[in-house]
Design a binder for this molecule. Structure first.
Ligand code: IPM
Ligand code: SF4
Length: 465
């Protein structure tokens, strides 16, 4: 029987595997940020250990930084301590850090790929649940806990079980105003937010192959939002073109050898998956979450479900609770809901293409008066590229705020937060209660849908703008 992409990459990294034990695998790359690294560094220090291969870990500042100021104390004492601790740890252990004000600083899952740290066929870990983002390149990439971060620092290996495999195939053609975000939200609507639990997903099909690397990253980024720690896409010419010439990518003969190896990284025709999910891209409309998990999602013109629509008692109860938290009244449609805030950014949608999509919708228009709209580039390089293209001007003219890179309002760990009861159209990936600030109401959407909502002051179908 043939092998899946996941199995090929996994097998190539096994250091030791004996019956009855969890395999030990080699880790090619570790990415780090200020939130989940301090205890790991402390653990090494406490036991007098060094890092096994410090050059294989690269760090950045993202969660606790301000998007208004480069001052290290801009988000308060606790954030300052986190950032200073990261800086001191990186210096002590010899880890390269992209700190505040560095052009490469940014959200860890934006920074890694743009530096060429993310390569096909590699294993990549980070103490962060959205690490599957890097699977867009055909890497096995997953989030780990702090004690595992320490283990990787000390040994460059990790015990890791083999997951079951799931194929998510999306054939057909997406409407030109739609993007990878609509695809992953549509998938979440089918699988629910837990359907991928225990699986490594491979996304494939003609609609996936047609996506840019940015789109593929958006898709894989949200694997964890359907329960899967790993989401992968087989590398192809689009992948190779993206990686070539990036600072940490192989060069010269090493590049040619790498490209040859990467061409073998696809699931064999006779490979068997433990589960298969199929969607047709032609059937996908602009998606908006109405509830408090990413699986509670519908097309912008579909009726918002009510508890009576569910036969399953748990689903009906969860619908009632979500509607109540989200402040949705009987008879309301998504397009009736006035919004207060628009957040464009995050490791899901803070890349250059996302900003271009927003600028395209916003050009020559104005943000509605009742709306505060912020655009947060995912990294210093994204910010620079957008400014070189004049996108910042288009956005500022339209009434958006143009900010500094960071995680920002994706989670309430810095000074960008929703107030209680505020309704937000957000390009991020999580919409659970309080995620963007206590009492805040998050609706997950694509960048162009977020832009359309900013202008209309309520949810609107971007195909009609
Ligand atoms: C802070 C960090 C550990 C967390 C994660 O693991 O995902 C954050 O990035 C998030 O998105 O909630
Ligand atoms: S942007 Fe959001 S999801 Fe991504 S790493 Fe930061 S907090 Fe987590």
């Amino acid at each position: 029987m043939g092998q899946t992409l996941y199995e090929k990459v996994f097998n190539a990294h096994v250091v030791r595997e004996v019956a009855g034990e969890t395999p030990l695998i080699y880790i090619d790359r570790q990415l780090a940020h200020e939130v989940t690294s301090p205890q790991a560094f402390s653990g090494l220090r406490a036991t007098g250990r060094k890092m096994r291969q410090p050059s294989k870990t690269i760090a950045t500042m993202d969660h606790n930084v301000s998007t208004r100021s480069l001052a290290i104390d801009a988000c308060g004492d606790q954030s300052e301590t986190q950032l200073r601790t990261l800086r001191a740890n990186c210096e002590e252990f010899g880890v390269e850090l992209f700190g505040l004000g560095h052009i490469n600083q940014g959200i860890v899952h934006v920074m890694g790929p743009e530096q060429g740290l993310t390569l096909p066929g590699t294993t990549i870990v980070c103490g962060d649940s959205h690490t599957a983002t890097h699977g867009a390149f055909g890497a096995i990439s997953f989030g780990i806990g702090t004690s595992e971060v320490e283990h990787v620092m000390a040994t460059q290996t990790l015990k890791q079980p083999r997951f079951k495999t799931m194929k998510v195939q999306v054939n057909g053609k997406l409407h030109e105003s739609l993007s990878a975000k609509d695809v992953i939200l549509a998938i979440a609507g089918v699988t629910t937010s837990s359907g991928g639990t225990g699986y490594a997903i491979e996304f494939c099909g003609t609609a996936i192959e047609a996506l840019s690397m940015e789109g593929r990253m958006t898709l894989c980024n949200m694997s964890i939002e359907i329960g899967a720690k790993v989401g992968m896409i087989a590398p192809d010419q689009t992948t190779i073109d993206y990686v070539e010439g990036r600072p940490f990518a192989p060069k010269g003969d090493a590049w040619d050898e790498a490209v040859e190896y990467w061409s073998t990284l696809k699931s064999d025709d006779d490979a068997e998956f433990d589960a298969v999910v199929e969607l047709n891209a032609d059937d996908i409309s602009p998606m908006v979450t109405w509830g408090t998990n990413p699986g509670q999602v519908i097309g912008v013109n579909d009726p918002i479900p009510s508890p009576a629509d569910f036969t399953d008692a748990v689903a009906a109860d969860s619908c009632a609770k979500a509607r109540s938290y989200m402040g949705i009244k009987d008879g309301q449609k998504l397009t009736d809901l006035a919004i207060d805030v628009v957040f464009i950014g995050s490791c899901t949608n803070g890349r250059i293409e996302d900003i271009r999509a927003v600028a395209e919708v916003a050009q020559g228009k104005k943000v509605a008066e009742n709306v505060e709209a912020i655009v947060v580039p995912g990294s210093g390089l994204v910010k620079k590229q957008a400014e070189d293209e004049g996108l910042d001007k288009i956005l500022i003219d339209a009434g958006f705020e143009w900010r500094l890179p960071g995680c920002s309002m994706c989670l309430a760990m810095n000074d960008d937060k929703l107030g209680a009861g505020q309704r937000c159209a957000s390009t991020s990936n999580r919409n659970f209660e309080g995620r963007q600030g206590r009492g805040g109401r998050t609706h997950l959407v694509s960048p162009s849908m977020a832009a359309a909502a900013a202008i209309a002051g309520r949810f609107a179908d971007v195909r009609e703008i």
